[in-house]
Write a protein that binds this ligand. Structure first.
Ligand SMILES: C=CC1=C(C)c2cc3[nH]c(cc4nc(cc5[nH]c(cc1n2)c(C)c5CCC(=O)O)C(CCC(=O)O)=C4C)c(C)c3C=C
Ligand SMILES: [Fe+2]
Ligand SMILES: [Fe+2]
Length: 360
C-alpha cells in the first residue's frame, strides 16, 4: 500500500494533542560500531554536509567512517554515564518534566514524546506511536533555540519524509526557533546568576555555540545572527558591560572556514591578552553532551590553562533544571493556543462511533 493508515480505526478512541520534543541524537553505545552507524546517518544528511553527493560518498565512506568512529568512541567513553549518553539522559529528564507540567494543564488529553533526529528513539517511531495513541494535533519543538538549516531544517525534513508516507496527517505546528523567547533568556540568566552567586564571577563570560560552515551563513542561514541575538539579550539580562562577555563558535569539522571567532583559538589567545579567568556557558545546547562536557570542559579548558589562564569554569547547560522546564512548557503552551481539547466524554465518543457506523 502506498500510504500507511489504520484500517481498523476506532472512532471511540480519544483524540489527543501531541507534543514531540526533539534533539540531535547520540550513539547507542560508546563503541566503534555504534559510532559508525550514528555518524553514517548524521553525516549522510545533506542538510548537515552540503557537499555534492558523489564527492561526499567517497570521502565519507573511505575516510571519515574509517578514521572517526574509533576516535569518537573513545571521546564518548569519557562522558558516558551508567544510564547512557548524557544527551539522551538529559533529554529523557526534560521529557519527564515537561510531560508532568503539561499533564497538570491538559490531563490525559496531551501526549508528550521525545524523538531524536539521528539514532534512537527515532522521530518516525514516535510519530507512529502518537498516531496509534490518537494524536490528531501535533506540535513539534526541536530543542535548538537558534535556527539552522542543518539542525531545525533537518528535523522538519524527517517529519516531512514520514508524513509523505502517512495517509491521515494531523494538524501540525513546528516551532522553528526561539532565540529571543523571554522565558528562555530569563531562565539562562537566572541559572548563570545562581552559578555566580556560588562561585563568584570571572573576568569574561564566554557564550560558546556549536559552529557551522561560514558558507551556510553566506548562503542565507540565520544561525549566526540568532546566536548573536541570544548572546546580546542574555548579556543585557545579566547587566554585563560590553567587555565582560563574548560569543564564540566551537566544534569545527573539516577544513573549510566555519563561523568565527573559534572557541579553541580564543582560549589559546585570551590569557596572552590579559584575561586570566573565564566562565563558559553554551546557550545553544539545551542539554549537556559530548560537545560541552568533553570539548568545552576538558579540551578547551586545557587550551586556556596551557596558554597561562588561571581559572576556567564551565557553567552546565540548562538540562532539566526547573527554570528551563518552566520556560519550555510556556513556549509549548503559547504554541498550543486555540487548539481546543477534544470532547473526549463517553457520549461524544459514542456519537462519533455511531456516525461512523452509519456510513459503513
Ligand atoms: C559535519 C558537520 C556538522 C555540522 C554542520 C553540525 C552542526 C550542529 N551540531 C549541533 C549540535 C550537536 N552536534 C553534536 C555532535 C557532532 N556534530 C558533528 C558535526 C556537525 N554538526 C559531529 C561529527 C558530531 C559527533 C561527535 C563527534 O564525532 O565529534 C552534538 C553532541 C551529540 C552527543 O551525542 O553528545 C550536538 C548536541 C548543532 C546545534 C549544530 C548547528 C547549529
Ligand atoms: Fe554537531
Ligand atoms: Fe566536538
Amino acid at each position: 500500500m502506498a500510504y500507511q493508515g489504520q484500517s481498523n480505526f476506532d472512532h471511540r478512541q480519544p483524540r489527543k494533542i501531541g507534543v514531540l520534543i526533539t534533539n540531535l541524537g547520540t550513539p547507542d553505545a560508546p563503541k566503534t560500531g555504534a559510532l559508525r552507524r550514528y555518524l553514517r546517518e548524521f553525516l549522510s544528511d545533506p542538510r548537515v554536509v552540503e557537499v555534492p553527493r558523489f564527492i561526499w560518498f567517497f570521502i565519507l565512506n573511505l575516510v571519515i567512517l574509517v578514521i572517526r568512529p574509533p576516535r569518537s568512541a573513545h571521546a564518548y567513553r569519557t562522558v558516558w554515564t551508567d544510564q547512557g549518553s548524557p544527551l539522551l539522559v538529559h533529554s529523557e529528564n526534560q521529557l519527564k518534566g515537561i510531560r508532568e507540567r503539561l499533564q497538570q494543564q491538559y490531563g490525559d488529553d496531551v501526549v508528550v514524546r521525545l524523538g531524536m533526529r539521528y539514532g534512537n528513539p527515532s522521530i518516525p517511531s514516535q510519530l507512529q506511536a502518537m498516531e496509534e495513541e490518537g494524536v490528531r494535533q501535533l506540535l513539534v519543538l526541536p530543542l535548538y533555540p537558534q535556527y539552522s538549516g542543518s539542525t531545525n531544517g533537518s528535523t522538519f525534513d524527517a517529519l516531512a519524509r514520514d508524513f509523505m508516507q502517512r495517509r491521515w496527517l494531523p494538524d501540525l505546528r513546528f516551532i522553528s526557533h526561539y532565540p529571543d523567547y523571554p522565558p528562555y533568556i530569563q531562565a539562562m540568566a537566572a541559572h548563570i546568576r545562581a552559578f555566580r552567586e556560588r562561585q563568584g564571577c570571572a573576568e569574561k563570560l564566554i557564550f560558546s555555540y556549536h559552529g557551522v560552515p561560514r558558507r551556510y551563513l553566506d548562503n542565507g542561514d540565520p544561525y549566526f545572527c540568532e546566536c548573536h541575538k541570544t548572546s546580546r539579550l542574555l548579556a543585557e539580562a545579566l547587566g554585563l558591560g560590553r567587555d565582560q562577555w563574548m560569543t564564540t563558535f566551537q566544534s569545527r569539522f573539516g577544513r573549510e572556514e566555519w563561523l568565527q571567532p573559534y572557541m579553541d583559538a580564543t582560549m589559546k589567545s585570551l590569557p596572552g591578552e590579559g584575561v586570566k579567568s573565564v566562565q563558559v556557558f553554551c546557550p545553544g545546547f539545551s542539554a549537556d553532551c559530548l560537545e560541552t562536557i568533553e570539548e568545552i570542559d576538558v579540551e578547551n579548558r586545557g587550551y586556556f590553562e596551557d596558554a597561562g589562564g588561571e581559572s576556567f569554569a564551565y557553567i552546565p547547560a540548562l538540562n532539566a533544571e526547573p527554570v528551563h522546564l518552566d520556560a519550555l512548557t510556556r513556549l509549548i503552551e503559547d504554541n498550543l493556543q486555540g487548539w481546543r481539547q477534544e470532547d473526549n466524554s463517553v457520549a461524544a465518543r459514542e456519537g462519533r462511533a455511531a456516525r461512523a457506523n452509519a456510513i459503513g
